[in-house]
Design a binder for this molecule. Structure first.
Ligand code: SF4
Length: 395
């Protein structure tokens, strides 16, 4: 199949930011939030939407927690949260924070002393609700510790643990109650002239989550940490998260995200990036476009894609690959991807590079050939981006 000459190769998954002028229907206007720092990671404003997860090892087992943090770092995590339920945990947190390459959020909840200890131990951010830790003097102590150690904070409202007064006032967890709770906590910090905080208002129900965030986004300008909490196991939790967070991100709401799955935390990072990739908000790794296959397929699409996904998991460069079973859609998809393969007849298919035909390839050996092409293209893109960065820095 010959492609019409008026069609130009522009990688589709680059288009939201880099090619927004020619594809305005892909543009997402992000809510203007103020920016805070979580260690070295900027959250809010025009900073990239960060992806985070949480360790589930006992924090007191510093070695196991660090090993999990390493896995999350390799998967691309920008920020990792670690629970600090007791003094032994905050003691271990010091070792963990020293070794971690990504900034750590210490999850505190109720005990103000754990917050102070975690700030002293190297936390980049404290997840703590100031209204839950007792007297204003305790809050002042935590805020002082955060100031002294360059910590930001996250106010985390959860539909499952709303204050009794708000449940009595509203009758059940609802957006108004969640937003009121968040703003009450925020006011405590604002009254102490502390503004380095972000907020989450999570529920396990995507409807409630989205409505609460929409309302909160109108009420305050701080960065928002998005999440559909306790979303469930890998498949259904991913779907719920993609619907809930996808809806908000598409509307421009959200500065950092955590997918909450009853699964390996590394999956949370992968799903988080996949949600952002699908919306063109952030790119990491190979975006594989593949057809579901049918009787027309010239090779086994499903098996090939599964193997390629595994073999290309190490590629962190943002790029695209189309693997399509036949010429019905193959050439058209290849036009917008960096590398493409379209099944043909007689045990061979067509390879595409940068939207153009690059030759025939037998189905045998096709996987290794595609892996080589993707790795070479990734190296080329990395070199080009590095050169652009040098040029921009020199200007
Ligand atoms: S691209 Fe071809 S093989 Fe794939 S689903 Fe469509 S018709 Fe079937």
């Amino acid at each position: 199949m010959v492609l019409p000459s008026f069609l130009a190769y522009v990688p589709r998954d680059m288009s939201s930011s880099e090619f927004g002028h020619i594809r305005p229907w892909r543009h997402i206007e992000r809510r203007k939030s103020r920016q805070i720092m979580v260690g070295s990671v900027a959250v809010g404003g025009d900073a990239p939407i960060s992806v985070q997860s949480m360790t589930n090892t006992p924090t007191t087992d510093a070695a196991a927690t660090l090993e999990q943090i390493r896995q999350l770092e390799e998967a691309g995590a920008d920020i990792v949260r670690v629970s600090c339920p007791d003094e032994e945990s905050t003691a271990a947190f010091r070792t963990i924070a020293r070794e971690a390459r990504v900034p750590l959020v210490a999850d505190i909840h109720f005990h103000y002393k754990r917050g102070i200890e975690a700030a002293q131990a190297g936390a980049a951010c404290l997840r703590i609700n100031p209204g839950n830790i007792g007297s204003i003097d305790r809050v002042k102590e935590v805020v002082q510790a955060a100031r002294d150690h360059g910590c930001s904070m996250r106010i985390g409202v959860n539909a499952g643990s709303l204050e009794k007064e708000l449940l009595e006032k509203y009758g059940e967890p609802c957006p108004d109650a969640m937003v009121e709770s968040a703003l009450n906590h925020a006011r405590i910090l604002q009254d102490l002239d502390f503004h380095e905080f972000k907020i989450s208002v999570k529920a396990s129900d995507p409807f409630l989550t989205v409505a609460a965030y929409q309302q909160l986004a109108e009420a305050i300008d701080c960065p928002l940490h998005l999440g559909v909490t306790e979303a469930g196991p890998l498949r259904t939790g991913t779907i719920k998260s993609a619907i809930g967070m996808g809806n908000m991100l598409w509307a421009g709401i959200g500065d950092t995200i955590r997918v909450s799955l009853a699964a390996d935390p590394v999956e949370e990072i992968k799903v988080g990036f996949d949600i952002l990739k699908s919306l063109g908000l952030r790119h990491r790794g190979v975006n594989i476009i593949a057809c579901p296959s049918c009787a027309r397929q010239g090779f086994n699409v499903i098996e090939t894609v599964a193997i390629l996904e595994e073999k290309l998991a190490h590629v962190s460069t943002a790029m695209s690959l189309s693997i399509i079973g036949c010429v019905v859609n193959g050439p058209g998809e290849a036009l917008y991807t960096d590398v493409g393969f379209t099944g043909g007849g007689k045990g061979a298919g067509m390879v595409y590079m940068n939207g153009k035909i690059a030759g025939k390839q037998a189905n045998d050996g096709m996987i290794d050939h595609i892996v080589d092409l993707v790795e070479a293209k990734a190296a080329e893109l990395d070199a080009a981006r590095a050169a652009t960065a040098v040029l921009n820095a020199a200007e």
